[in-house]
Design a protein around this ligand. Sequence first.
Ligand code: C2O
Ligand code: CU
Length: 547
Amino acid sequence: GAIHHYDFVLKETNFTRLCSTKSILTVNGSLPGPTITVQKGDTAFVNVHNQGLYGLTIHWHGVKQPRNPWSDGPENVTQCPIPAGTNFTYEVIFSSEEGTLWWHAHSDWTRATVYGAIVILPALNTTYPFATPDAQETLILGSWFKGDVMELIEYALASGGDPNISDAFVINGQPGDLYDCSNETTYRWLVDYGKTYLLRVINAVMNEEQFFAIANHTLTVVAQDAAYIKPITTSYIMITPGQTMDILVTANQPPSHYYIASKAYVDGTVAFNNSTTTAIVQYNGNYSAPSTTPFPTLPDYDNETAADNFTSQIRALASKEHPISVPLEIHSKIIISIAINERICPNSSCSGPDGNALSASLKTSVSSSPLLTYCKHTMGPIWGNNNGVYRTSFPNKPPYTFNFTGDVGNNTIYPSFGTRVRMIKYGEGVEIVFQGTNIIAPENHPMHLHGYSFYVVGTGSGNFNSTTSPKTYNLVDPPEVNTIGVPKNGWAAIRFVADNPGVWFMHCHLERHSSWGMDTVLIVRNGNTTESKIRSPPAYMPPCSKS
Ligand code: C2O
Ligand code: CU
């Protein structure tokens, strides 16, 4: 594949949104940041120049980075932050992905403003599994906070409560017509009548799944998380934070203006930003602007049926050119319960339930601070665990008889604190069942795994049943994704072959849950051949000087 070079200059830049101006961290002065465009099989060297105020890292969300966790990015998991005033070059290796992915900062809450699209075109001499679109467009859904996002999360962790909800959702950095002081800058997507577009939608929102639709236009979803699916024709989509969807849209309506709208899909019991962000599809040509711009119909914010109706249709394309390789033989079976929890208030008063602090857990381990409590050294020592930063005792199997989604008792509210990871042998077939719980608040959790994409072989409501649930698995055309929205009070089963050695972060992509401890790491050991071992680290890794 071809080699590409990018320079990302991170610096504080003044932006005006919602009637006020503040300084935010940006890449090359823009929001969203620059798009990385490659063909399948290419490599991109991205030199990140940190001219900001604090250390940070960048992650290439959904890029598997074969044998190259050194450039994966999660702070204190595979690298220490790039100190302010220095630079670090990531080597982003594209292998089997084709479609849309994205990149974002992966330290504290910096991803609120530091994100951008990754477009992976078909390799040379290959084509899309559908008629080549006339043109392309990218819409990134995001969150805007009037406050400083770094202070926001620090305050939330210290006070033990929920961080403030965002002040707006944005599309390509713009809140849109429904917000104050925003209608001059609403994002406009200019189209030509009769053309078919490949629309790439990315959910970079910090804390909420989204319903998304375009007035009067049919959406044909053709890919998810850079893997092709059987086309789905729909009037709306539900997209979870971390996910990407490729959608064919034909500009076949009378030339005019039409609203694009996106709003939260959440369980009604949690506080959320109950607002709608808009952009406009504007046809080129001579016509008078409509007096009222048609608005799309979106499901109600808590319409679980609408969300399920959409997601349950998603199937891998599973064609000759785009085959699936779901493992049928499983060596590592892991069941992980996902819960919102409480922890003892770290200071005298906390704003969480019962005066406690909020936390979150995967299985029985929880941390209120980053998972690998602090990486004193870079990944070499983490890889070998020479410094005892974690234990490899991530519990394997909670009691299957436990009623996770029932009325759970107090004994489950306090998880134990710890940094526990799971070791996996190279080449194993792995199955992970994510089990949602009803502890404190039943919520949807978008679980994301680095270093892999995986097949979603089953989902269901209530408790996973180890006898009957596997009988419902789809092993023929399960969707291949890097992020799965685990249904509220339900479960999701995923499978993959552990063919990528390295240290791979796994976490909820709702930023507040990840901050509360909904994180772990899978360490896939080296195999026996050179091709099954991690590459040597680059000559320079950011130093881990802090103790
Ligand atoms: Cu999109 Cu660990 O991240
Ligand atoms: Cu979550």
